[in-house]
Design a protein around this ligand. Structure first.
Ligand SMILES: *Cc1c(COP(=O)(O)O)cnc(C)c1O
Length: 242
């Protein structure tokens, strides 16, 4: 796929429908292999770098969950798509000074990894009169210098307790990105252990957000409930300048 910029809306719709069917087939096969019910899985389309028109097309195809990783891109896109029956997931690294903006449109924040961010999101959610479901992002990288955000597993209980106690926030569970270039299975197995431990103190925190285009099968095998899929649904992203 090309990203669709040269396609007519009808062609792009057909391309997305085909990709969605293929991803759903992968999910079905992985659930069958793991003895899990497909109904336990929420597919989030990560639409970063793709236009609001793609979000509309996906919504028309029955997709209910959308993910974005940068506030400056997500905010106008969510505004353009207001009125569609979508749950917005913020999955990227989040600076405290963006908490207020993100609390305006996000329903679920997957990348909560420090108490200061919990405080900022709580203040923002209360101010906006909204409830944000928050996941604790767990770092599965042993080398923090390689890290893509996330709390060390040992720091997860503290962040989880802060979310659970915060006004305007609801503790949803855990999220992780598998370390680059390594077998994702041990990482996702470790995440499952962190999730299980969290549920001992917070039984309602049942979300395990893991698995992307390249590793959704392994994530499903390890108990993921939410998959964050970009490339396999929307096509290759062009490099973006940060
Ligand atoms: C971009 C992104 C994804 C989707 O990755 P693909 O490999 O394109 O499926 C998932 N999670 C996060 C946090 C992302 O930033």
């Amino acid at each position: 796929m090309t990203g669709g910029s040269s396609l007519t809306p009808e062609e792009r719709r057909a391309e997305l429908a085909e990709a969605l069917a293929a991803v759903r087939a992968r999910i079905a096969a992985a659930c069958a292999a793991a003895g899990r019910d497909e109904g336990e899985i929420t597919l989030i389309a990560v639409t970063k770098t793709f236009p609001a028109s793609d979000v509309r097309l996906l919504a028309g195809l029955g997709l209910a969950d959308v993910g974005e990783n940068r506030d400056q891109e997500a905010r106008p896109k969510a505004a353009e798509c207001a009125g569609l029956p979508l749950t917005w997931h913020f999955v990227g690294r989040l600076q405290t000074n963006k908490a207020r903006a993100v609390a305006g449109y996000a329903d679920v924040v997957h990348s909560v990894d420090r108490p200061r961010l919990v405080t900022a999101l709580s203040d923002a959610a209360v101010r906006a009169g909204r409830t944000l479901r928050c996941l604790v992002q767990v770092s599965l990288d042993d080398d923090p210098a390689e890290g893509r955000g996330g709390a060390a597993p040992g720091a997860v209980p503290e962040v989880a307790a802060a979310i659970a106690a915060a006004a305007g926030l609801e503790l949803g569970g855990v999220m992780a990105v598998a370390p680059l270039g390594a077998d994702p299975l041990p990482a996702f197995t470790r995440l499952a252990g962190v999730a299980e431990e969290m549920r001992r103190n917070h039984p309602g925190a049942r979300i395990v957000s893991a698995g992307m285009s390249g590793d959704l099968e392994q994530a499903i095998a390890c108990g993921a409930t939410h998959l964050r899929v970009g490339t396999a649904l929307l096509g290759g992203r062009r490099a973006i300048v940060r």
